[in-house]
Design a protein around this ligand. Structure first.
Ligand SMILES: N[C@@H](CCC(=O)N[C@@H](CS)C(=O)NCC(=O)O)C(=O)O
Length: 266
C-alpha cells in the first residue's frame, strides 16, 4: 500500500471540498483522522489475509533496525509508513499494534502459536525475528548471551543517550539555551562510543561469530550521528577508527543498505 500517494490524493481531494455525508458532517481534522484510521484498518485486513509480516515504521534509526533485520533475514514483509510528524502513531489502529505509540512495530500473521502476533520495541522485535528465523543470534550459548548483552547496551545506552543528545543539540537547539543538556548527553554519548571503539578493536563485528542483531541495533544510531557533520564533530567520531570502519563495513552489506531505506519519507 502506498500511503504517501494516498496522502497526496487526500490533499487533492480536500481541495475539492466535501464529497460525502462524512465529509459534510465532520471537520477536516476529523476527516483526516477517519481516513488515516481507514488506511490502517485496511492494512490490518490485508495483514489478516497474508502470511507476510506487516511492518509499521519510518526510516528513523529505530525504524531502520527492523528494515535491516527483515532484509538480512530474507523475510517477506509489507511495509506501512507511519509518519510520526503527522501523528499517525496516535491513531487507534496503530495503538492496537503498539500501545506505546512508537515506531517500529510488526504484526506477524504466523505467530509462535500460528496465530497473528504483534511485537513492539525494536529490541524485542529483533529478538523475535532472530528466534523465528534462527539467524543473527548465535546458537552457541556464550555468544548468544554476549549478543543479548550488546543488544541491551544499545537499547538502554546508545539509543536513549544519542536520542537525547540529538534532541538538544540539533532539533531543540532554539528551545533550550542552557548548555547543560547538550554537554551531559554529548559526554555520555562519547563515553558509549569509546566503549564501542574498544569492543571493536580486532573485531569485524560486535560479536565474534559474525554480523548479529546487536550490530543491526547499533549501527543505525552511529551511522545517523556520523551523517551530520555537526554531530560527527561534536562526538569526535573521526577519532574512532574501529567504530568508523565498522559502520562502513555494516552499511556495505547490500541487505543492510536496503533495509535502512525501508519506510523512508521521500
Ligand atoms: N524504545 C523504542 C523507541 C522507539 C521510538 O522512540 N520511536 C520514535 C521514532 S525513532 C517514535 O516513534 N516517536 C514518536 C513519538 O514519540 O511520538 C524502540 O526501540 O522501539
Amino acid at each position: 500500500m502506498n500511503l504517501q500517494r494516498e496522502e497526496e490524493e487526500e490533499e487533492e481531494e480536500e481541495e475539492v471540498g466535501p464529497i460525502s455525508f462524512v465529509d459534510i458532517v465532520c471537520s477536516s481534522e476529523r476527516r483526516r483522522e477517519l481516513r488515516q484510521n481507514f488506511r490502517l484498518l485496511s492494512a490490518k485486513v490485508e495483514a489478516e489475509m497474508t502470511s507476510k509480516i506487516q511492518l509499521y515504521s519510518l526510516a528513523t534509526p529505530n525504524g531502520m533496525k527492523i528494515g535491516i533485520a527483515l532484509e538480512e533475514m530474507g523475510l517477506e514483509y509489507d511495509a506501512h509508513l507511519i509518519n510520526i510528524m503527522k501523528n499517525d502513531q496516535f491513531t487507534p489502529e496503530f495503538i492496537a499494534v503498539n500501545p506505546n505509540s512508537k515506531i517500529p512495530a510488526i504484526v506477524d500473521p504466523d505467530g509462535p502459536d500460528g496465530k497473528p502476533f504483534n511485537v513492539f520495541e525494536s529490541g524485542a522485535i529483533l529478538l523475535y525475528l532472530a528466534d523465528k528465523t534462527g539467524k543473527f543470534l548465535s546458537h552457541d550459548p556464550r555468544l548468544k548471551w554476549e549478543t543479548i548483552q550488546w543488544l541491551f547496551f544499545q537499547m538502554a545506552g546508545v539509543g536513549p543517550m544519542f536520542g537525547q543528545f540529538g534532541h538538544f543539540f540539533k532539533f531543540a537547539k532554539d528551545k533550550c539555551k542552557d548548555p547543560y543538556p547538550v554537554e551531559r548527553y554529548a559526554t555520555e554519548s562519547k563515553r558509549l562510543l569509546g566503549v564501542l571503539e574498544k569492543r571493536l578493536e580486532g573485531r569485524e563485528y560486535l560479536i565474534d561469530d559474525g554480523y548479529s542483531i546487536a550490530d543491526m541495533a547499533t549501527v543505525p544510531l552511529v551511522y545517523s550521528a556520523s551523517n551530520f557533520p555537526e554531530t560527527k564533530a561534536k562526538l569526535e567520531i573521526d577519532s574512532l577508527p574501529n567504530v568508523t570502519a565498522w559502520v562502513e563495513r555494516c552499511i556495505a552489506r547490500p541487505a543492510t543498505a536496503k533495509g535502512m531505506t525501508v519506510c523512508k519519507l521521500s
